[in-house]
Ligand binder design. Structure first.
Ligand code: ADP
Ligand code: MG
Length: 633
């Protein structure tokens, strides 16, 4: 007896819907992607009850003829690809031809459309109920397309039960729309939720990508944290670029990474404000997440995530967008090459933040300089309201959003190892003519020290506080890494070498980092199974108790390496820990020493954070002070 049958069309559609339509946000995503593929100037989205009762997406794009409207509801009907080879180079958002029939099979669905350049004065309307066509008729409509989805999953009660609260589903929808709006700043977006207009974003009329993205971010968020422009392009050095014939063609494709990233010290406790796009498609990709963290390196605290809106533009053939039914994830042909490129682009931009604007600073405050009073984030001095923002010129830093910084005691355990530099990242990072001068490039005057830790400074923009320890750590760390890179070991022999006995576990741990310690100037050698001989320390360690210093250091390194074994603790993690420990062991600084500290900090490549990513400086400008004292609104 034959048992195999082809599934009826509407069952096949419902099965596909299971993959494509996870929740209301997936419907919004598919419909908005269709709208964006139709080259619109505006897209409007309206939802009710978290998308359960209504989702309506309307665009003024190219629209469809009556016949195409009917065809679009067939499975695997698409205007976007024709041949299998087209899958190699997808330039549109959609291509699977599954979304409309899938959505229509699990909702009460109305498609109304009229061709933009058609002759007919009328449009066509198709009404479908749970996959069954109810009516096809002519309908008056403006050119473009409107899709209305009511009672999502009405015929799949099990699915409907799995939906979360209205707020959760709306939040998912809004998150996707944020991404879509960021990637298409040239399109006007409207978002209406339960009858209330959430956004009305006008199209950003600018050809310069970074400016438009900044403007779109401002439209969405109102105020922006301090951001740095990234723009790097060059050849992607792929290792495994091979075509179907097995022929390897080296590095033909170019890649460009551009957008905005948070300045040192700007970060969030979730990835929520980390917006990544590949060829304008919002994506999730671990390689890119890692590349970002690696690029920030010591400018990010453990457990914090960068704020960014970054676009990767890459040969469509070098990326596979067809690995996820909802096309949310992508895979690069050479993940490592992409990771390296993005890491370098981010790193360069962050380094350039300080470098590009380093005008020679003067030790004494001079009045009436032509600087705009816009400070680096003032995290601890959080204000209830943010200062108004003056529109930023191209590629400059915008006003900061004070962020709540968390004091973290431990460094990221699996801190990234430095990667080799890419050959030609033409990073145009920061406009040197930027009116917002980074804090260390304006004259600062030392007022005093409070709590034996915070140095109070004055600039002609306002009040500045410097965390003496954090600054000192940064300076020592950079000096130490620089020397180590040159192959120098700066260490000072102890007059009296000491033996240190450790537990068997600690001894194994220390053996794993012995080389790193020695290269960094901590002269430790094996002297027995559990015993080590300490005969030298880095010169800046002014400890009267070398043994205690090393024991404390080991404890801290153990904590840093909790999740990894000691062999994977990178040299810079060890260096960071040595520096922190050295600073803790030091005495408070006096006047001239503080001046030197400031001067040394100015010479650092990444002066605004300690090696653990905490801020070294915070600023409160006069405007903020005036607000606090009720002198200004
Ligand atoms: P895909 O987007 O993968 O091609 P869909 O099922 O989402 O598949 O859409 C099927 C087809 O319907 C699209 O290829 C497109 O030609 C047409 N279409 C869908 N939405 C719109 C729209 N808003 N404007 C114009 N054409 C549309
Ligand atoms: Mg589609």
């Amino acid at each position: 007896m034959n048992r195999i049958r082809l599934l009826p069309e509407h069952v096949a559609n419902q099965i596909a819907a299971g993959e494509v339509v996870e929740r209301p946000a997936s419907v919004v995503k598919e419909l908005v992607e269709n709208s964006l593929d139709a080259k619109p100037t505006r897209v409007s989205v309206e939802i009710q009850a978290g998308g359960r009762s209504l989702i309506r997406v309307t665009d003024d794009g190219m629209g469809m003829s009556r016949d195409d409207a009917l065809l679009s509801l067939e499975r695997h009907a698409t205007s976007k690809i024709q041949r299998a080879e087209d899958l190699q180079s997808i330039a549109t958002m959609g291509f699977r031809g599954e979304a409309l029939p899938s959505i229509a099979s699990v909702s009460r669905f109305t498609l109304t459309t009229r061709e933009q350049d058609g002759d007919s004065p009328e449009g066509a309307q198709v009404i479908i109920n749970g996959g069954k066509i109810i009516e096809v008729k002519a309908a008056g409509s403006a050119p473009g397309t409107s899709v209305e989805v009511r009672s999502l999953f009405f015929n799949l009660p099990a699915r409907r039960k799995f939906l979360r609260s209205e707020e959760t589903e709306s939040a998912h929808i809004q998150h996707y729309l944020t991404l879509a709006a960021l990637a298409h700043a040239d399109v006007a977006f409207t978002f209406v939720k339960d009858g209330r207009t959430v956004w009305q974003l006008s199209a950003v009329k600018s050809n310069a990508g970074i400016d438009s993205v900044r403007e779109r971010m401002r439209q969405l968020a109102g105020t922006l944290p301090q951001l740095i422009a990234v723009d790097a392009s060059g050849p992607l050095h792929e290792q495994f670029a091979a075509d179907e014939t097995g022929h390897t063609d080296g590095s033909k494709s170019d890649v460009r990474v551009w957008g905005l990233i948070g300045a040192p010290g700007v970060a969030r406790s979730t990835r929520e404000d980390q917006h990544l796009f590949v060829n304008r498609r919002p994506v999730e990709n671990r390689t890119l997440n890692h590349a970002l963290l690696e690029g920030y390196h010591t400018a990010l605290m453990k457990g914090r995530f960068p704020v960014c809106c970054l676009f990767i533009e890459i040969d469509p053939a070098a990326v596979d967008v067809n690995i996820h039914p909802a096309k949310r994830e992508v895979k690069f042909r050479d993940e490592r090459a992409v990771r390296r490129f993005v890491t370098e682009a981010v790193k360069e931009a962050l380094l350039g933040f300080h470098r590009a604007s380093a005008s020679p600073p003067q030790p004494v405050v001079q009045k009436a300089q032509n600087e705009v009073a816009q400070p680096i984030s003032s995290p601890e001095l959080r204000l209830p309201e943010l200062p108004p923002i003056t529109p930023a010129p191209p590629q400059s830093i915008t006003a900061p959003l004070p962020l709540a910084f968390r004091r973290e005691s431990e460094e990221r355990a699996q801190a990234a190892r430095p990667v080799p530099a890419i050959s030609n990242p033409q990073s145009s990072i920061l406009n040197p003519q930027s009116p917002v001068t980074p804090l260390l490039s304006v004259p600062l005057r030392i007022v005093g020290v409070i709590g034996k830790l915070y140095v109070v400074l004055e600039s002609d923009r306002g009040l500045v506080l410097l965390d003496q320890h954090a600054a000192h750590e940064r300076i020592l760390f950079e000096q130490m890494m620089e020397r180590t890179e040159r192959g120098e070991v700066a260490s000072q022999r102890l007059l009296l070498p000491e033996t240190i006995e450790l537990s068997p576990r600690d001894a194994t741990f220390v053996r794993g980092i012995l080389n790193a310690l020695t290269r960094l100037g901590v002269g430790l050698s094996e002297f027995g199974e559990r015993t080590f001989l300490l005969d030298a320390l880095p010169p800046f360690v002014k400890s009267t108790e070398p043994r205690g210093f090393v024991l404390g250091l080991i404890d801290e390194l153990k904590a840093a390496g909790e999740q990894v074994n000691s062999m994977r603790l990178g040299e810079h993690v060890v260096a960071k820990t040595v520096c922190r420990h050295a600073v803790k062991a030091n005495d408070p600084l006096d006047g001239p020493e503080l001046e030197n500290l400031l001067q040394d900090l100015r010479h650092c490549a990444m002066p605004y954070t300690c090696p653990h990513g905490r801020p070294t400086l915070i600023e409160m400008n006069f405007r903020e002070l005036e607000k606090k004292f009720g002198r200004a609104q």
